[in-house]
Design a protein around this ligand. Structure first.
Ligand SMILES: Cc1cc2nc3c(=O)[nH]c(=O)nc-3n(C[C@H](O)[C@H](O)[C@H](O)COP(=O)(O)OP(=O)(O)OC[C@H]3O[C@@H](n4cnc5c(N)ncnc54)[C@H](O)[C@@H]3O)c2cc1C
Ligand code: SF4
Ligand code: SF4
Ligand code: SF4
Length: 585
């Protein structure tokens, strides 16, 4: 049923308890009663879980019974259940855009749980405003765009390789772009992989062979994406080979960015750079493996080693270094236990030990069983490293469990340095419209609800491009991102939002302010009857409204956030008299 501005509103309101989540703070019964007397409300109720099957059926039944044509659900965040309730109203024959959700959980009960009366008043305000807005809602078309059945994967580490195989094996084409001369990313460098003990090459080489012989995968090594434009389902990417400058242009439907991480070079920490015998855990992998581990300074056999953990990780307030790097506790334990037999002494000076994950605790136990010594330092009192004129190293620290000052002269000092975002992540971000979060890695659409998708529709992130992770976690991510890409391509088309700007060409002066203001490059200029006017590519638009606010000619109105809808909410907020007169709140 299409609802336009002339349809008399018949509004249904459903106020959710969310078990105790909302009802423990907000008097939901009272709020539902208040809503029942608001203009155009013909049905209002409270319900224990509106999102349950039973709650969904109730909405459908009441739409039919009361001829409802606008629905308000006052419950949790729309991020969580807006798609659920939009589907419910559609199944009952209404357009998805005549549904309005109020967030009583995150915006009221969870943040005001010690102020129950005021929280109930705020809930009543929000529901009253939502009802006012709902009375102005109209149906909007549900639009779709086609999806080209080809995925661009940027980065050929374990994440990019896993995603490529997953997608290709489901019958879709993949363009895999890796800037180095070989696939495998960092993992191929590691000689002793936890938890299994094989080398990185043992894992990567079979994958690489399957990729090279897969007819659905075009591999471009020594290559980068130099141009990228378009919108979900319809991107165009220009791939340049850095060796011969040749270029290939591809039509692309979906994208997975798997550009990985960089190992932090910890200059300024623990004597790094002052002695060749102070190296990172990554550099340890490049030395000759046991039993012939030799000192970089003089080639003598290494007999004593000391590892320091959390180097450049977990530093509050330091951009790009606040996070735990999530691999080093295991990697230290693995290296220490592997090398212990050929050493006189191996000491791990750690800040915390985080051996979460399958089989990882066993590596730590093995290291202890092999008499690797673990000694804990306090973040506020990190170890002090002195390097003398002969490049000999002395490490001094306070063991906080024994409450003792200790010192040790290792032949080799190994720093477990942080996994940080690649130095050119902003450049990559600019090409694909992605932005970094506080840890420096790419920001997902939602850290909990949508960790693999981004705010750029059709572009996924996988592996350590999203955060510090282990190899296994990166591969799991990659399969998830691949599944998202396949789901989009298998449908062949994708729905796009109708909550976009409408530009009044009569009022548009062609000033380009909106073109510059739009953070998603969704507006361009077109010539019409000799005049330049602004045109929106709906599939690129995120409905943020920036352009509407910026337009000096008032030529832009936002569908689903029209002036009438917003002013109705403001008016309802400022005029609660109707509710007060009935004395509910
Ligand atoms: C010292 C150390 C030891 C480790 N040991 C283990 C271990 O034993 N077991 C384990 O499970 N994990 C281990 N890890 C973690 C593991 O290395 C990572 O989880 C894994 O490499 C992440 O894979 P990835 O594909 O996300 O990223 P990466 O391995 O970083 O691969 C990313 C790829 O993208 C390419 N790239 C980057 N930017 C671009 C661009 N703009 N265009 C094209 N290509 C680009 C890079 O060249 C690279 O090949 C260790 C990490 C370190 C630092
Ligand atoms: S994994 Fe361990 S060593 Fe690495 S940053 Fe986290 S706590 Fe520190
Ligand atoms: S609403 Fe936002 S994303 Fe859409 S065109 Fe305007 S500024 Fe761009
Ligand atoms: S800002 Fe307004 S007047 Fe200027 S180009 Fe955009 S729509 Fe036209």
């Amino acid at each position: 049923m299409m609802i336009d501005g002339t349809s008399e509103p018949r509004i249904g309101v459903f106020v959710c308890h969310c078990g105790h989540n909302i009802a423990g703070t907000v008097d939901v019964v009272n709020v539902a009663e208040m809503a029942s007397i608001l203009p155009y409300v013909v049905y209002s109720t409270d319900h224990m879980f509106v999102c349950s099957d039973n709650g969904q059926q109730l909405i459908k039944d009441k739409i039919k019974e009361y001829g409802l044509n606008r629905i308000v659900v006052a419950s949790c965040s729309p991020r969580m259940h807006e798609p659920t309730f939009r589907r419910v109203v559609e199944e009952a024959g209404l357009n998805r855009y005549v549904f309005e959700q109020v967030n009583l959980r995150e915006h009221v009960s969870w943040c005001h749980m010690h102020e129950k009366k005021l929280a109930t008043e705020k809930a009543a305000d929000l529901v009253r405003m939502a009802v006012a807005r709902a009375s102005e809602l109209v149906s909007l078309p549900v639009k779709t765009v086609s999806v080209t059945p080809r995925t661009l994967i940027v980065g050929g580490g374990i994440a990019g390789m896993t995603a490529a195989l997953d997608i290709a094996n489901r019958g879709f084409e993949v363009v895999l772009v890796e800037r180095r001369g070989n696939l495998g990313g960092h993992l191929i460098n590691w000689t002793h992989i936890y938890p299994t003990g094989e080398s990185g090459a043992d894992i990567i080489e079979p994958l690489e062979e399957r990729i090279r012989y897969n007819p659905n995968i075009a591999v471009h090594t020594n290559s980068v994406v130099v141009d990228f434009e378009g919108y979900i389902g319809n991107f165009v990417a220009r791939v340049r080979n850095n060796l011969d400058d040749s270029e290939i242009v591809y039509d692309i439907g979906t994208v997975i960015v798997a550009t990985g991480f960089e190992v932090f070079k910890p200059f300024g920490y623990y004597g790094y750079g002052e002695s060749p015998n102070v190296i990172t855990l990554a550099e340890l992998q490049e030395l000759e493996p046991k039993p012939k581990l030799l000192r970089p300074s003089d080639g003598k056999r290494v007999r004593t080693m000391l590892f320091i953990s959390c180097v450049g990780s977990r530093e509050p307030g330091k951009y790009g270094h606040e996070h735990c790097s999530r691999h080093c506790c295991f990697a230290i334990s693995k290296a220490a236990s592997d090398l212990r037999e050929s050493m006189d002494e191996v000491i791990v000076v750690y800040r915390s030990l985080r051996t979460y994950g399958k089989h990882h605790e066993a590596i730590h136990r093995l290291a202890r069983a092999r008499h690797v010594i673990y000694s804990r330092y306090l973040a506020e009192m990190p170890p002090v490293v002195e390097v003398d004129a002969n490049k000999e190293i002395v490490v001094k620290w306070r063991d906080i469990l024994a409450n003792e000052e200790l010192s040790f002269r290792p032949d080799l000092l190994v720093l477990a340095s942080a996994m940080i975002a690649p130095h050119d992540i902003n450049r990559t971000g600019k090409i694909f419209g992605l932005s970094p979060s506080a840890d420096g890695f790419f920001s997902p659409e939602h850290i909990k609800l949508a960790p693999l998708t981004t705010h750029a529709a059709g572009i996924m992130i996988a592996g350590t491009s999203q955060a510090a992770k282990t190899g296994a976690e990166s591969a799991i991510d990659a399969s998830g991102a691949a599944a998202k890409a396949v789901a989009l391509m298998a449908r062949g088309q994708v729905e796009i939002e109708s909550t976009v700007p409408q530009i009044n060409s009569e009022l548009c002066s062609g000033c380009r302010t909106c073109v510059v203001a739009c953070p998603y490059s969704a507006i361009s200029m077109e010539e019409r009857k000799g005049n330049q006017i602004a045109v929106v590519t709906d599939a690129k638009c995120h409905g943020c409204g920036t352009c509407a606010g910026a337009c000096p000619s008032n030529a832009i109105s936002m569908l689903h956030s029209t002036d009438e809808q917003i002013l109705a909410m403001v008016s309802a907020f400022l005029n609660p008299s109707l509710v007060n007169r009935r004395g509910y709140i």
